[in-house]
Write a protein that binds this ligand. Structure first.
Ligand code: SF4
Length: 262
């Protein structure tokens, strides 16, 4: 999906989170330093208690960051630690974007890094679900713009005419018994997840929608595949159907790997 030079770097997100944690720690320390005399007036123990809590939070954040670094390095972790790293990735995303802006790093680059890291965690956790508990969630822009059939209510309305990738993906989903839904926006995507109640989601979308979608459905595991936009955003987009099929096979336990990194 990406040329080698365009491959999203998981380390970018990691570096931004580290900077965020350290800067936040500096700000909180300053605040504590200013507030300490006032706290001391209330109780002589209070500055130490508040300072201790702040230190505990910092140590915990650095530990979670260390776990994330281990995950990126490919070190196998206990399930509990994998879960912690996953939670941390999601919680710290807004901060990474905020500090990325300060360093003039484009939001899209950070989103790609986030998706790559999130997918990496998904793979590390070796998530495998039954086909009927997997949902392939697709964006409406994959449907050809002039297609007269309404597929957002019911994907079975697609005639599989070959005009866009929806037909191919529907064929793949039917072959494996996997659920498929096409959503024009986040609200309907959430509705599809609520009604199908999958155990894992394989989502295709652009950087922005994938990032918000992965965070929306968290802690439900979601693997993201980026769509390609030869006609610009939100119109007649395409996706590598072989990569989607490979990923489906892996998630339902019929393949050896997840294909190329998304
Ligand atoms: S495959 Fe054909 S019928 Fe199905 S959504 Fe695409 S254009 Fe419409």
């Amino acid at each position: 999906m990406f040329e080698k030079s365009q491959r999203p770097k998981k380390r970018l997100f990691l570096a931004l989170v580290l900077i965020s944690v350290l800067l936040l720690a500096g700000v909180v320390y300053l605040l504590w330093h200013i507030m300490a005399p006032g706290l001391g007036n209330i109780s002589s123990y209070l500055p130490a208690i508040v300072g201790g809590l702040i230190l505990l939070l910092l140590v915990f954040s650095l530990f979670a960051l260390f776990l994330m670094a281990l995950v990126v390095a490919g070190v196998p972790l206990f399930r509990l630690f994998q879960g912690m790293a996953w939670k941390f990735v999601n919680v710290f995303f807004p901060l990474a974007v905020f500090f990325g802006r300060l360093f003039n790093i484009g939001k899209e680059r950070i989103e790609r890094s986030f998706i790559a890291l999130s997918n990496h965690l998904f793979q590390q956790k070796k998530i495998i679900v039954a086909p009927e508990r997997l949902l392939l969630l697709l964006p409406h822009c994959l449907q050809r713009g002039d297609c007269p059939y309404k597929i957002t209510q019911d994907v079975d309305n697609c005639r599989q005419c070959g005009g866009c990738r929806i037909g191919d993906l529907l064929r793949i989903c039917r072959a494996y018994g996997v659920n498929m839904a096409v959503a024009p926006g986040g609200t309907l995507a959430r509705k599809a997840v609520m009604s199908i109640r999958p155990k894992a989601v394989l989502a295709v979308a652009c950087e922005r929608d994938l990032t918000s979608g992965i965070q929306d459905v968290f802690p439900l595991p979601a693997f993201g595949v980026l769509n390609e936009r030869p006609n610009g955003p939100c119109f007649n987009t395409v996706v590598d159907t072989q990569l989607v099929e490979k990923t489906i096979r892996r998630i339902i336990g019929r393949g050896d790997d997840y294909g190329k990194p998304a």
